[in-house]
Design a protein around this ligand. Structure first.
Ligand code: P6P
Length: 315
């Protein structure tokens, strides 16, 4: 059977044709990052880069390299005017394409603290259309759009295989990198969130510090659903399992992180967009993740993502 590559995105929904070049750019960046990861330990690319990112977290050398690779591949599409990245405090304007129509939000290498144990990591991205006039340079407020405005979103999972899972608003489709053809090929068409079953996925060590009365609801959810527990500590790996097997992934607010730990623009919104496109539910404090009006590039929110029945018991 003829393999189906990322180019098939062009036929998906009303945004597919416009989004295909950008998602192909994500695929090129993913291929380069996957190569970097495989040999990182031999090139001294693991370990701290010496700096801190805007979150005050130790930047790993490979975080910085992944961010540079992603920005370069977005530049090479010619359709992206700016990138908002976890690794950069400010919006990164792509000067030669400052009049282009789209902006990309990205966590270039999420979960990189797992690299020293050779654990799975990921890239998370979303695409929005600019609000500002194209004759002007793009500004940070172009990125501050609710998830309902997202045109495309997805993630790359660097695991035993490298997968690119994405949506342009016409369902969720998974592509796996085929080393024989050196291309991403469609392996998981039309991914749907199972309505029940699966696992709950949370750092339960924080339970005594959770806010919003969550602990009692959490105990009730476990009793009523009988779900097993899986937690990798790498959002892309935990969310990929949740999408495939069902259940709920949550990072609640707690005394240490009163707004949760995960970032709205480049973690909660892209993952929430995918979950909703796959028939699941994406909630934050008191409402849908996709209805939150962002106030800052690196804003954090609590998240409850997964099968509707489990999410409804918690959020
Ligand atoms: P904790 C990785 O650092 C990350 O940002 C997400 O990928 C992951 O879901 C979360 O943090 C894990 O956080 O506090 O459980 O180690």
């Amino acid at each position: 059977m003829m393999s189906t590559t990322l180019s098939c995105i062009a036929q998906q929904g009303k945004h597919g044709a416009a989004m295909m070049p950008i998602i192909q750019g994500v695929g090129r960046a993913a291929t380069e990052i996957a190569y970097l990861l495989r040999g990182a330990v031999f090139r001294g690319a693991l370990g701290a880069a010496g700096g801190e990112n805007v979150q005050g977290e130790q930047q790993q050398k490979i975080d910085v390299l992944s961010d540079e690779i992603f920005l370069e591949e977005m530049r090479s599409t010619g359709f992206v005017c700016a990138v908002g990245s976890e690794e950069q405090e400010e919006l990164q304007v792509i000067e030669e394409y400052a009049d282009a129509e789209y902006l990309v939000l990205v966590d270039p290498l999420d979960g990189s603290s797992n690299l020293d144990i050779d654990g799975p990591v990921g890239t998370i991205f979303s695409v929005v259309r600019r609000i500002s006039d194209r004759s002007q340079r793009p500004v940070e407020s172009d990125t501050l759009q609710a998830g309902r405005n997202v045109i495309a979103a997805g993630y790359v999972l660097y695991g035993p295989a490298t997968m690119l899972v994405c949506s342009v608003g016409a369902g969720v489709h998974g592509f796996t990198y085929n080393p024989n053809s050196a291309r991403f090929e469609l392996s998981h068409p039309d991914m749907r969130m199972p309505a029940s079953g699966g696992y709950y996925s949370v750092n339960e060590a924080n339970a005594d510090k959770w806010l919003d009365g969550l602990k009692d609801k959490f105990v009730m959810m476990k009793q009523r659903t009988g779900l097993g527990m899986r937690y990798v500590g790498s959002m892309v790996a935990d969310m990929h399992r949740t999408l495939l097997k069902g259940g709920v992934f949550l990072y609640p607010a707690d005394e240490k992180n009163p707004n949760g730990k995960l970032r709205l623009l480049y973690e909660a919104i892209p993952m929430g967009f995918l979950v909703v496109q796959a028939g699941g539910k994406a909630m934050s404090r008191g409402g849908s993740v996709l209805d939150i009006q962002p106030e800052g590039l690196h804003q954090r929110v609590p998240v409850y993502l997964g099968s509707a029945d489990a999410v409804d018991m918690l959020a």
